[in-house]
Design a protein around this ligand. Structure first.
Ligand code: 3PG
Ligand code: MG
Length: 403
């Protein structure tokens, strides 16, 4: 069944009902201050809709990895405060170390229609990540209806994303989840063609299953970033001291053969920006030259794609109707080594095609470089968007009722 056929918040009647909403409020914090609130902002449409419809809105999320015990620095209290500012109304924070404790129960009992309560970090409980039945039932006991809007955590089969659904009357997805599924699901299930995918990042092992799946869906698969050097090695090129996953060379060869067999264009760097040392600090000065991809000196490492490659990738993007991008083209944290990533980001910003950015590093790169508003969709999921592009069924999505 298509992921585009899930019951959504538009299909449920929440008036006067208690609705438990799983959000992904796993935001970066520095000394108690939220340093990137994209995930909070992305959760607002669903929360506002449920408030407006007269639901009693009980929010829950994990934050970081407290490993089953209360860690004050991983409390969701700062999120409650920020959320309350965004909504312009009180968000009652139920500060229970046990998540569903006396505070939560009392706060929920006192709720009027349209009120909002936020529970404490679900990972304060060890059962959460084990999908234990006790916590699932406790969470379900707070509500009649469950809404999952936590795309970023949809690849986790935990109590708050999966277990709880077995004990509620109805489960639906929120607007954020719906948007993620519309863009990512739409691209994977029924893309407007040509469909071009761009993959980068350091580790080839992380992305091989994605490449494998996309080689059956996309018209063009572009590979850049640190992972490209294992492909170049598979072509028989010397890659100097570049990142190389020796064990995956055979697999890369198989992927190149598969691309050819499927009639998919697999584009690899034709030139590289190389240096003798990795910059330290990462944004510190670095001396580089651009060489052809088959001429990387023995004592040098690839740190970014080269200028000809950037042009070639941008050209491929120009002819696309759908583009999915996951992973930077080089060490984008360094201004000297960000050129390839910027060139790709720019080509996506300039096209009329549907442009979708996988979460994690790519989302950070696009936002840091200022191209965020030009993209059709920036996923709030890192691991989740990758697993989705691998073609895996995400447990948090599977657990929600179809329409
Ligand atoms: C994320 O940030 O990737 C999601 O919130 C999931 O968090 P996790 O990787 O700790 O499960
Ligand atoms: Mg993660």
């Amino acid at each position: 069944m298509s992921v585009l056929n899930k019951k959504t918040v538009d299909d449920i009647n929440v008036k006067g009902k208690r609705v438990l909403v799983r959000c992904d409020f796993n935001v970066p914090l520095k000394n108690g201050v939220i340093t990137d609130e994209n995930r909070i902002v992305a959760a607002l449409p669903t929360i506002k809709k449920l408030i407006q419809d007269g639901g009693k809105v009980i929010l829950c999320s994990h934050l970081g990895k407290p490993k089953g015990e209360p860690k004050p620095e991983l409390s969701l209290a700062p999120v409650a405060a920020r959320l309350s500012e965004h909504l312009g109304k009180e968000v009652v924070f139920a500060a229970d170390a046990s998540v569903v404790g006396e505070n939560a129960k009392a706060a929920v009992a006192a709720m009027k229609d349209g009120d909002v309560v936020l529970l404490e970090n679900t990972r304060y409980r060890a059962e959460e990540t084990k999908n234990g039945e006790a916590l699932s039932k406790e969470l379900a006991s707070l509500c009649e209806i469950y809404v999952n809007d936590a795309f970023g955590a949809a690849h986790r089969a935990h109590c708050s994303t999966v277990g709880v659904t077995a004990f509620v009357e109805e489960a639906a997805v929120g607007y954020l989840m719906q948007k993620e599924l519309k863009f990512l699901g739409g691209a994977v299930e029924n893309p407007q063609r040509p469909f071009v995918t761009i993959l980068g990042g350091a580790k080839v092992a992380d992305k091989l299953p994605v490449i494998e799946n996309l080689l059956t869906k996309a018209d063009t698969v572009i590979v850049g970033g640190g992972m490209a050097y294992t492909f170049l090695a598979a072509k028989g090129y010397g890659v100097g001291t570049s990142l190389l996953d020796q064990e995956k060379i055979e697999y890369c060869k198989e992927m190149m053969a598969k691309a050819e067999a499927n009639g998919v264009k697999l584009l690899l760097p034709i030139d590289c920006t190389v240096g003798k040392v990795f910059p330290d600090p990462i944004d510190g000065p670095v001396e580089v030259t651009v060489v052809d991809a088959d001429k990387i000196p023995n004592d040098s490492m690839g740190l970014d794609i080269g200028t000809k490659t950037a042009e070639m990738f941008a050209e491929a993007v120009k002819s696309a109707k759908t583009v999915v991008w996951n992973g930077p083209m080089g060490v984008f944290e360094n201004p000297t080594l960000a050129k390839g990533t910027i060139a790709v980001a720019k080509s996506l910003a300039e096209t009329d095609a549907t442009t979708i950015i996988g979460g994690g590093d790519s989302a950070a790169a696009v936002n840091t470089l200022g191209f965020g508003p030009k993209m059709s969709h920036i996923s709030t999921g890192g691991g989740a968007s990758l697993e989705f592009l691998e073609g895996k069924e995400l447990p948090g999505i599977a657990a929600v009722n179809d329409k």
